[in-house]
Write a protein that binds this ligand. Sequence first.
Ligand code: SF4
Ligand code: SF4
Length: 85
Amino acid sequence: MRGCIGCGKCCRQVVYTVAKAGREDLITFFRMHDLDVRNSEDGESVVTVIRAKCDWLSLATLRCKFYEKRPTMCREFLCDEALKD
Ligand code: SF4
Ligand code: SF4
């Protein structure tokens, strides 16, 4: 595992995994809120990625401006990039 390379990608998007059955409704809802939505299908689920930058991300450094106060989900997140050899 090489760990985080500090690209900041995870702080510029929100990822939802939803059942296919509820997909269209959810996508419509997000687009009504002017969110940039991308989808990829995987079996019975759909992964929906919303381009939405976190206010705490510094674009100058691609680092969290309040790293010590970041939410638990940020502390526990491990992306595919970070898990590569
Ligand atoms: S956890 Fe992954 S996506 Fe997030 S900054 Fe690190 S390498 Fe990039
Ligand atoms: S709180 Fe910090 S670590 Fe979490 S998404 Fe925002 S910028 Fe990234």
